[in-house]
Write a protein that binds this ligand. Structure first.
Ligand code: XIL
Length: 455
C-alpha cells in the first residue's frame, strides 16, 4: 500500500501500470477495496484502471506533433479511437486501394505507450466515398466484405474493439433501419454479414454495434436491443454495443441511461461509452459527466469510457465546449467530476500533502540545424521541495546541451528526465525554468513535455 505513495515521483505510465498491477493483486488476494491510507489515483486512466475500466479519447493524427496535446493524451488516457483516420473515406477512397498512413500513426503512438485502440468504423453510411453508392448489390457485398477484411487484416491483433457497424438505425419512433447503400441494396442482412466477416478477419477483436440517440430507453434503442437479442439467440457474433453519448441541452443525459446500459449488458454483451461529449460548462456540465461515469461503474459489463476528444480546442463541436480540458488544456470542473466519480483525486487525498507542479514548454531561438527550448516549472498551491519532468524528442533529434537542470537519459537517448540543479524548492505558485538545445537532424517537431511531478 505504501508503494502507492511513490506516485508523485513516478512517470505516468509507470504509475498507471502500478495501479493496474495492484488492482490485479488485490483481486487475486480477494481484497476488494483499497485501504484508506492508499493514495487515490490522480489521472483518468489510473483511476479507471483501479475500477477495471479503460478511459479513452478520440485522437486526430494531425495533432500528434503538438506537445501539450500529446502530453495530455499520454498522461490521462489509456485508450484511443482514431477520430476520422480509419473511416472508409480515409482508408479506401478509391476501390481496393488502401491508405493506412494516418491511422498507423495513431496506432503506433498508442502501442508505444501501451494504450488500447478502438477501431472506428467499418460500415457506416457517412464519410463513405461516392463510388460505394454506385455499386450493384453483388458488387457492394463484395466491396463491403473486402473493406472489412483489408482494414481488420491490416490491424489484426492490435484492436481492442471494432465498431463494425455504425448508426444503422433511424432516429425517431419508427425503429426502422436508416437508408444507406448497404441497407437499400443488401437489406437488413448486411449488419449480420458484416459481423460474420469481421469475426473471421480478427477473432481477437471485440465486435461492437455503435450508435447515438440510443443512450436511453426509446424506440431507436429498442430496435437495436431487439437486433442484439436476435444476434445472441442465433449465434451471430457480437460482443459489445457502443453508446456514443453525444449530449447537449436538447439531448441531455437520459434519466434511464444506467437502466438502458444494464438491459443491453443483460443480453450478454459488453457495453462501452464510445464518443462521450456533453456541451455546457461549469457545474452543470460537471454533474452530467459525473452521472455518466457513475452509470458505467454501476454496470459490471460497462468496460470503458471514451471521450470524443481531448481539448475543446479541437472538438468536432468546439462551440459547445463539450470536453474535459479547455482550449488551453486546463482541467475543467467536468474533469474533476469524472476523476472523482472514478474514485480518483487531483490533490493529496491521503493527507500526505498536495505537492504538485505544471510544466509548460516554449521554443526560444531557432537556427537551421537546431533550436532552443525552455520549460517553465510552476509549483501548485503548495510549496514543493523537488520536481521532475520528461522531455521526449522525435528521433533522430538529439539534445546537445542543457542548462539550469540535471538531466538523465533513457537508453535510446530520446527521453530526457530533468530534475533540479541542487535545491529544487519552490514556494506555492513560484516558477523556475530550464533549457536545452535540440539538434534537429532533419526534424523540427517540438519535444513532448511529460507531466510535471513534485514532492
Ligand atoms: C465526427 C468527427 O468528430 C468529425 O471530425 C468529422 O468531421 C465527422 O465525424 N458519430 C460518429 C463519429 O460515429 O465518427 C463522428 O465523428 C461523430 C458522430
Amino acid at each position: 500500500m505504501l508503494m502507492l505513495s511513490t506516485r508523485r515521483t513516478s512517470p505516468p505510465r509507470a504509475r498507471r501500470a502500478l495501479g493496474a498491477g495492484l488492482a490485479g493483486l488485490l483481486a487475486l488476494t480477494g481484497v476488494t477495496a483499497l485501504a484508506g491510507t492508499a493514495d487515490a489515483a490522480t489521472t483518468l486512466a489510473s483511476a479507471a484502471a483501479a475500477k477495471g475500466r479503460y478511459f479513452g479519447t478520440a485522437v486526430a493524427a494531425n495533432h500528434l506533433g503538438e506537445a501539450q496535446y500529446v502530453s495530455t493524451l499520454n498522461t490521462e488516457f489509456d485508450s484511443v479511437t482514431p477520430e476520422n483516420e480509419m473511416k472508409w473515406d480515409a482508408v479506401e477512397a478509391t476501390r481496393n486501394s488502401f491508405n493506412f498512413s494516418a491511422a498507423d500513426r495513431i496506432v503506433s503512438h498508442a502501442q508505444s505507450r501501451g494504450m488500447k485502440v478502438r477501431g472506428h468504423t467499418l460500415v457506416w453510411h457517412s464519410q463513405l466515398p461516392s463510388w460505394v453508392g454506385g455499386l450493384s448489390a453483388t458488387d457492394l457485398r463484395s466491396a463491403m466484405n473486402n473493406h472489412i477484411n483489408q482494414v481488420m487484416g491490416h490491424y489484426k491483433g492490435k484492436i481492442h474493439s471494432w465498431d463494425v457497424v455504425n448508426e444503422a438505425f433511424q432516429d425517431g419512433s419508427s425503429g426502422a433501419r436508416r437508408s444507406s447503400p448497404f441497407q437499400d441494396k443488401l437489406g437488413n442482412g448486411f449488419i449480420e454479414e458484416a459481423f460474420r466477416t469481421a469475426r473471421a478477419a480478427d477473432p481477437a477483436a471485440k465486435l461492437c454495434y455503435n450508435d447515438y440517440n440510443t443512450d436511453g430507453i426509446n424506440a431507436k434503442s429498442n430496435a437495436v436491443y431487439n437486433m442484439v437479442k436476435d444476434f445472441k439467440a442465433r449465434g451471430v457474433p457480437i460482443d459489445c454495443v457502443g453508446f456514443q453519448s453525444h449530449f447537449n441541452s436538447a439531448s441531455p443525459v437520459p434519466s434511464d441511461y444506467q437502466a438502458n446500459l444494464q438491459r443491453f449488458a443483460d443480453l450478454g454483451v459488453e457495453v462501452q461509452i464510445t464518443e462521450l461529449d456533453i456541451e455546457g460548462s461549469g457545474t452543470s456540465q460537471a454533474t452530467s459527466y459525473g452521472n455518466v461515469v457513475k452509470a458505467c461503474l454501476a454496470v459490471t459489463r460497462c468496460t470503458g469510457i471514451t471521450v470524443w476528444g481531448i481539448t475543446d480546442k479541437y472538438s468536432w463541436r468546439a462551440s459547445g465546449t463539450p470536453l474535459l480540458f479547455d482550449s488551453n488544456y486546463n482541467k475543467k470542473p467536468a474533469y474533476t467530476a469524472v476523476l472523482s466519480a472514478l474514485g480518483g483525486s487531483s490533490g493529496g487525498g491521503d493527507g500526505g500533502g498536495s505537492a504538485a507542479c505544471t510544466a509548460t514548454y516554449a521554443k526560444a531561438e531557432e537556427w537551421s540545424d537546431r533550436f532552443n527550448g525552455r520549460v517553465t516549472i510552476t509549483a501548485g498551491t503548495s510549496a514543493i521541495s523537488t520536481w521532475s519532468v520528461t522531455v521526449t524528442l522525435t528521433p533522430p533529434q538529439k539534445i546537445s546541451t542543457t542548462w539550469n537542470g540535471t538531466p538523465s537519459w533513457d537508453s535510446s537517448g530520446t527521453v530526457m528526465t530533468m530534475k533540479p540543479n541542487g535545491n529544487g524548492s519552490l514556494a506555492a505558485g513560484a516558477s523556475t525554468s530550464f533549457g536545452f538545445t535540440v539538434m534537429k537532424n532533419g526534424t523540427s517537431t517540438p519535444p513532448v513535455i511529460g507531466a510535471c511531478t513534485a514532492s
